[in-house]
Design a protein around this ligand. Structure first.
Ligand code: SAM
Length: 243
């Protein structure tokens, strides 16, 4: 690429992603606040609102990491409901589990190590599935979307919060500078790990844009798919329903 970073070969992607998240797990939350200047909290709050999770619901947060979405969902579904916090990476799951336990949340949450591409859950099960900043790390995104559609129950909704394509060129340039120059440096200072954050910047740039992701969701069988641009399209929140 013109920034001089090596692209990760396709077959290496999965193990590269694993290394990155083992490496950042312990510092993940503080890095998120630092690197997004706290804005990720607002993006997640909107996702939680749109999820419209209610008492008794079955909710899956896949690639749920340290549990930023699972925590409020667990408070909403009550004792009759259940939240599954699933992630492919056990270091991230462990940090998430500790955080939820610290907050006094536990009885209605299950922690599952799972790959989004082949979810180990029954068909037509969940009222709501969320994946926040996770899909771009998945190797076979179409397989992941089909798998999510399969375990969603009819009438259930899928919400995808992910980096997307900035709407304006100036914003796009500033953002590129920020993610390729500033982010790896913050990663170096705070986590002693610039490479992981370089990978993250690269994975953001390669991710499908708003309309592409929308049609991928439709191909996976989701309906009434729409999206909302957040922070000038740096992030988009996609939503689809299984009918
Ligand atoms: N959802 C959390 C959040 O918004 O703070 C964590 C997002 S973190 C940037 C991405 C997460 O995706 C990591 O915890 C990583 O382990 C997980 N992940 C990567 N590939 C995955 C896959 N194929 N299946 C499930 N989780 C995956």
């Amino acid at each position: 690429t013109h920034f001089g970073y090596q692209e990760v070969p396709f077959e290496e992607k999965a193990s590269r992603v694993a290394d990155v998240f083992h490496s950042v797990a312990a510092r993940y939350d503080v890095m998120n606040d630092l690197m997004s200047l706290g804005i990720h909290r607002y993006w997640k709050r909107l996702t939680i609102e749109r999820a419209a999770v209610r008492k008794g619901h079955q909710v899956l947060d896949i690639a749920g990491g340290t549990g930023d979405l699972a925590l409020p969902f667990a408070q909403r579904v009550g004792t009759e409901g259940r939240v599954v916090l699933a992630d492919i990476n056990e270091s991230m799951l462990r940090v998430g589990r500790e955080k939820l336990l610290d907050q006094g949340v536990g009885g209605n949450v299950e922690y599952v190590q799972a790959n989004a591409e082949c979810l180990p859950f029954p068909d037509n099960h969940f009222h709501c599935i969320t994946i926040a900043f996770g899909l771009r790390n998945v190797t076979d995104k179409d397989a992941a979307l089909r798998s999510m559609a399969r375990v969603l129950r009819p009438g259930g909704r899928l919400l995808i919060l992910e980096f997307s394509k900035p709407l304006h060129q100036i914003l796009s340039r500033v953002y590129d500078e920020y993610s390729f120059k500033v982010l790896p440096r913050i990663g170096e200072w705070v986590a002693g790990d610039a490479d992981s954050y370089r990978y993250l910047a690269e994975s953001i740039r390669m991710h499908p844009d708003q309309e592409t992701l929308k049609s991928m969701m439709e191909s996976a069988g989701l309906e009434r798919v729409d999206y909302t641009n957040l922070t000038g399209g740096i992030v988009a929140l996609h939503r689809g329903i299984k009918l």
